[in-house]
Design a protein around this ligand. Structure first.
Ligand code: VGL
Ligand code: ZN
Length: 213
């Protein structure tokens, strides 16, 4: 039995330089999700990277910013280093890249609401039935993407040690709202442990491919 089935997808939300320490809209410990996500990545047949991809005049940019919904410092402006993925993040090509927040007048936290890509359709074409959601930030884009995933009919698991939030109070209520809506939860540590056990007990042994040996 596979610990992660071929119909499960890893969703990596907005792991971008501007959301990491030193970035324009830094999330506390945002950098700490990268190694954990890298560890999960090889287990998944399908991966989605969402990316905040704003024009320079995006409606959410405020000066001075209040660091809450609707009032952010300029961040993740298309083509800038801040909008890029950190060098340490593994990029696989069995993946979909979803740009969002590209319309100057519209805030889009959820990858499912990108005006550029139909993420739900891409997942359904691959017979995906469950999403493991990781990334930044728990209280905005992670929450919105997880809840829209449920609404689109997917099982959704939050990978708790692979997410970080902007602020403690909004992060607490986001976790509570997701739980109440039916988002499950796990950790990269638990998944890795289950994989190790499966390998040790031989459960992961595949029959030899036809024509081999
Ligand atoms: C996000 C605030 C503004 C996020 C994006 O990725 O959670 N938060 N834009
Ligand atoms: Zn944004």
């Amino acid at each position: 039995m596979d610990v992660i089935r071929p119909t499960e997808a890893l969703i990596i939300v907005d792991v971008q330089n501007d959301f990491l320490p030193g970035g324009a809209l830094a999330v506390d410990e945002g950098d700490q999700v990268v190694a954990q996500i890298n560890r999960l990545l090889p287990l998944f047949a399908h991966v989605v990277y969402t990316r905040d991809w704003h024009p320079a005049d995006h409606v959410s940019f405020a000066d001075p910013p209040e660091y809450r919904d609707g009032s952010w410092p300029a961040h993740c402006v298309q083509g800038t280093t801040g909008a890029g993925f950190p060098r340490e993040l593994k990029i696989t090509d069995r993946a979909l890249l979803v740009n969002k927040g590209t319309d100057p007048g519209v805030e889009t936290y959820s990858g499912f609401r990108s005006s550029a890509v139909d993420m739900a359709a891409w997942l359904r074409e691959r017979h995906v039935d469950r999403l493991y959601v990781t990334g930044l930030a728990t209280d905005y884009c992670v929450q919105a993407t997880a809840l829209d995933g449920l609404a689109a009919g997917f099982d959704v698991m939050l990978v708790e040690d692979c997410v970080r939030g902007v602020a403690p109070d909004t992060t607490r209520s986001a976790l509570e709202e997701m739980r109440r809506a039916g988002v499950g939860s796990t950790t990269a540590a638990a998944i890795s442990m289950a994989v190790a056990v499966a390998v040790a007990t031989g459960a992961e042994t595949e029959p030899p491919l036809e024509g081999e040996g």
